[in-house]
Write a protein that binds this ligand. Sequence first.
Ligand code: HXC
Length: 257
Amino acid sequence: MAYEHLLITKESGYALIQFNRPDVLNALNIKLMTELVDALEELDKETEVRCIILTGNEKAFAAGADIKEMANTSAMEMLQRDQFARWDRIRKIKKPLIAAVSGFALGGGCELMMTCDLVIASETAKIGQPEINIGVMPGAGGTQRLTRAVGKVKAMEMVLTGRPISAQEALQWGLVNKVVPVEYYLQEAKELAKEIASKAPMAVKLAKESVLKAFDTTIEGGLEFERKNFYLLFSSEDQKEGMKAFIEKRKPEWKGK
Ligand code: HXC
C-alpha cells in the first residue's frame, strides 16, 4: 500500500497509519481522507492485523479539515459529493482503532480521534473544536460524539468558545484513556495494540460492535444485541479453546474462528 499522505507500517498483530502532511499540521484534505478510508478498509480485511493505530507526529495529530481546500466549497458541492460519507465508513471498521495523539487534535482532528475506540495522548496534546473561530461548527460528529463523551456543558464550552483543552483535562473529562510524556505516547499505543492483538479476534470484533451499539440504541435494544453476540461467540472454536485453556491452567491458542 503506497499513499501520498499516509505512511503505513505493519508489526506483529497490528498496523500503524501515520498521517504525513507535516507542513500543514496534518490538515485533513480530501486526498488524505480518501487514502485513510481505503487503507483502513484494506487493513480491516487482513487477518493478521488485529488492531490499527492512527497517529500524526509530535506536533500534530491533525489540525482539522484543510481550511484552504474547504474555504471556497459550496454547500451544494458538499451535498453532491456526500462530504462525510468517508467518515461513516471509518465508523464501520470492525477492528479496534487506537488514536495516538500528540500536539494538535483540532476540529476534524478531534473528531477523527473521537471516532477511534481508544486514545493514548501525550502530555502536549491540545484537543478542541475551534470551528466557531472560522465561522462554522463541527461537521464530522463533533457535536454528537463530544457531547456523549463529556456531557452537555463541557461540550458546549468547547464547541462555543473553540478553546482547546489540555491532555490532563481530556483525561479527566473521559476523552482519552491515558496521558504519558511525549517520548512514550506512540510506544504506549503500540503496547495497547499488542495487548488487544493477543486476545481472541472474534471476541474482540463482537465486543467492539456491542460497545458501539450503546451509542445508538435503547438500553433494551443494546442488551438484546449484546446477548446475541455473547451467544454467537459460543459457536467459535476460540470460546472452546479459551475456556479449556483456563481449566487446564495454560495459555490459550487462538484460531480466530
Ligand atoms: C489548512 C492548516 C490548518 C488547517 C494549520 N495549517 N492548520 N492548513 N488547514 N486546518 C497550516 C497553516 O496554514 C500553516 O501553513 C501551517 O499549517 C502551520 O500552521 P501555523 O498556523 O503557522 O502554526 P501555529 O502558529 O503553531 O498554529 C497552530 C494552530 C493553527 C493553532 C493549530 O494552525 C490553527 O489554528 N489551525 C487551524 C485549526 C482549525 O481551525 N481547525 C478546524 C478546521 S475546520 P503555512 O503555509 O502558512 O506555513 C474543521 C471542520 C471539520 O476541521 C469538519 C469535518 C472534517
